[in-house]
Design a protein around this ligand. Sequence first.
Ligand code: GLN
Ligand code: ZN
Length: 758
Amino acid sequence: MTFIGSTVLGFPRIGPNRELKRALENYWAGRCDESELRSVARRLRAGTWRDLAAAGLDSIPGNTFSFYDQVLDAAFTFGAVPPRHAELGLSALDTYFAMARGTASAPPLEMTKWFDTNYHYLVPEIGPDTRFELADRTPVDDFREARKLGVETRPVLVGPLTFLLLAKSAEGAPESFRPLDKLPELLDAYARLLAELREAGAEWVQLDEPALAVDRTAEELEVLRNAYRRLGDRADRPELLVAGYFGELGEALPVLADSPVEAIAVDLVAGPGALDRLPGLRGMRDKTLVAGLVDGRNVWRTDLDRALTTAATLLGMAGEVAVGTSCSLLHVPYDVDAETDLDPQVREWLAFARQKVGEVVLLGRALREGREGVRAELDRARSAVASRTGASRDQRVRARVASLRPEHARRGDYRQRSAAQQRSLRLPPLPTTTIGSFPQTTDVRKARAALRAGRIEPDEYRQRMREEIERVVRLQEKLGLDVLVHGEPERSDMVQFFAEQLAGFATTDHGWVQSYGSRCVRPPVLHGDVHRPEPMTVEWARYAQRLTDKPLKGMLTGPVTMLSWSFVRDDQPVDETARQVALAIRDEVRDLEASGIRAVQVDEPALRELLPLRAADRPAYLEWAVASFRLATSGVSDGTQIHTHLCYSEFGDVIDAIVALDADVTSIEAARSRMEVLDDLNAVGYARGVGPGVYDIHSPRVPGADEVADLLRAALAAVPAERLWVNPDCGLKTRDYPETEAALANLVAAAHRLREAA
Ligand code: GLN
Ligand code: ZN
């Protein structure tokens, strides 16, 4: 068995300055050709290999680059190209992009979240007719390319089980068909690739199996056992490292331990329970255990002393103990040293991808040569970690959280609330509203860029935003909407906007992380006790309300979504952090009420996102998620109407939680699923206001008034008119004005038609 020593399971690929994003978007827009795009890609790969080798990693992952997504890469490599994309007759690269992005005639593969991260992968479509073969040799080329540069890599592939478990049945496949049925054929193609990699000189290949961190049936575990026996028993292969991450491997761990693979990587950050299971696994004695001690998904410096102690306890449990990251570093930004404007103290606490590679190298050396040789580095790291403890605390915040009582998260009886709200808002049946944002015009974006660059003064910026708000209010009046919004022109992003104003959060300049394809997000860093030094939205909302007699809805982001789209401190339980954020939002909700705002929407689009992968962990999550929303929204009088908005997923798993939020009105994505969510809500007894989206804002298509009316009729079959709201699926930020105006006009017309009929 060859030595692994220290390694990372993967690395970011978008480029330290998002070079790949720009190159991709230029290529798609026809501004550069394939060879230019490929040369950018080659430079990025070379840079990564060079950096990882220079940092001193013992084993360097390869094939971590992707033009779009690693699951799509696997589909492409193994020939799972849907006929509608293959038939386009495009070049290989353009066929690949057609699968990712679609063309006028061929819709793309569906995209969905990669486990519980904010990364999105493309869902392979597998049917009985899918013919797996080694259709593309990018992983082999990648290996050779690195070798030419003098770097030996360990090619990383999505594992066969995870690939099929994440796939969906192709359209037209019989009801009884499951993608997993095709495993034997897929394994042949994998075996072929492994053999070619071996022949090219690869000593190790890493197969990523994060699907093993999700509850699996006994049958699936049996399939796992057979699959790795089959791959492992072949002689013409490299040594195999199977990486299971994002949680504990549970019953899959003993199966892997008994398999012929040479190494297993476990995530000791998300799944520390593995420490208790490993000692009993005799199969590990002749395997390498890659201990995922450095968090690949969060941005904190590792407590190296603790990691070393853990590693030491593992020593007797496996043939070799290597040190690694818990998962791929794809989920963190490149380099904390680029954050020159960040508070130096906060920066000291952070480690991005490059720093994490350094930590892994250090741990590897300490483990092999003893702590003595790296004492100075360990001392420095220790004092940085220690400096977090006191500095991130705010006694007033802690005292306030400690004084919370159950009634702080409870509102009055809904019937009384509803009557009080009717007196205050005087809404017709089937009231119309929107989800918050209106299209962000170039002028608005330019004004924000100018403010940031110091080219305009804050007063000038404020003036321009007010003009935009007035325009949006007048437009809504003209369209005849019943509950207006200010349009959110002042927000670049619904989380960043609040993070910039809350104590305890920091924002970065370059901390980009790939979300999907060329799209990146820059999650704020929640590093300390959170509170709200000053009102955040009141000025805008009050300004907008004064312009109109119609009720104007205040617009806030909820605690769960704030946490879900940030890097969150790991030094206290997350429910504690959620309570702090909830209190800050509660202050804002109350201030909005005090300034004359009669309806406040608290968006929780990410409610489903943080749902734990294993069913056993879900109740605890849902409890704090619901409690934090209620804490944020229960500080107002009965007459103030609380709205919430949910989108981006199917909500079947959290339908009880939606009821428990106790919002007066819930607007929810539904246009594409023809109002099905209403039946789900009825089934659990939801009996408050509900606005199933009747305009799919993800598409530029303008729904006609008849079509909206049809959807509303379908909705009325499930919900009485007094409780039904009429609104789009989500915010209008990414749309353009002409289509937005037309769609909203149709939406209002349809509501009026049904109102008269009611
Ligand atoms: N209020 C936000 C908006 O309209 C909600 C966005 C979201 O749900 N993602 O933009
Ligand atoms: Zn939404």
